[in-house]
Design a protein around this ligand. Structure first.
Ligand code: UP5
Ligand code: MG
Length: 196
């Protein structure tokens, strides 16, 4: 009867803007569960017997977006398995298909608090991802060819989603070009303004 509706913050920003890095800081400080859609997809890709493994790998390498049915059910499952009530959904929704799919299945089951949006120049983002690749990330998309495609998708498909939420007054913009601890200071302001 009085069951709490799970609260969700969507975390968006270009590839390499620092979404994952900031989400781990936030989860430590504020007790949100960090769910990276990309990590969930990479896990599913490795799961023995997954019928989606090859499709996911191909999409990721080409910087394309996996159909929402797959991504959304992984997010939903992870939310249920956590047994918790506050979530950072990192790197989702990335396009109209993602947005519509979430609205269909999840918007009645959750409360969207706001969108945390990390802004960082393309040059810096690419430098960070290439640096991570060179340091042995093992990610099949940390190469210049995939990065160009990831950025195309980001500009064409993801930015319109940010604009959609901006019109609803839900976007909290953060400059993500300074060092992580400094970026996190601005993140904390957003969470404290939200009463956390
Ligand atoms: N770094 C971080 N912050 C820094 C800072 N302030 N100063 C200097 N360096 C900083 O950081 C990236 C690198 O930069 C790291 O080396 C870090 O140390 C350093 P990270 O925190 O990992 O940035 P993040 O924004 O999380 O970058 P990521 O590469 O994870 O972003 P993407 O959005 O590209 O990747 P994601 O895993 O979300 O998606 C990958 C692919 O999965 C997509 O392209 C798509 O094909 C697929 N996907 C879907 O299909 N659907 C989804 O819903 C989600 C993903
Ligand atoms: Mg990430």
């Amino acid at each position: 009867l009085n069951k709490m509706v799970p609260e969700v913050v969507f975390v968006l920003g270009a590839p390499g803007a620092g979404k994952g890095t900031q989400c781990s800081l936030i989860s430590k400080e504020y007790g949100f569960v960090h769910l990276s859609a990309g990590d969930l997809l990479r896990e599913e890709r490795q799961r023995p017997g997954s019928e989606f493994g090859e499709m996911i790998e191909e999409k990721i390498r080409n910087g394309e977006i996996v159909p929402v049915e797959v991504t959304c059910s992984l997010i939903h499952k992870a939310m249920q398995q956590s047994g918790r009530e506050r979530f950072l959904v990192d790197g989702f929704p990335r396009n109209k298909d993602n947005l519509d799919g979430w609205e269909r299945v999840m918007s009645d089951k959750t409360k969207l608090l706001f969108i945390l949006f990390f802004e960082c120049s393309q040059e810096l983002c690419i430098e960070r991802c290439l640096g991570r690749g060179a340091a042995g990330s093992g990610r099949s998309d940390d190469n210049l060819d995939s990065l160009k495609k990831r950025f195309n998708t980001y500009l064409n498909d993801t930015l319109p989603i940010v604009q959609h939420y901006e019109q609803m007054g839900l976007v909290r913009k953060i400059n993500a070009e300074s060092p992580p601890e400094q970026v996190f200071e601005d993140v904390k302001d957003v969470f404290s303004d939200a009463g956390m």
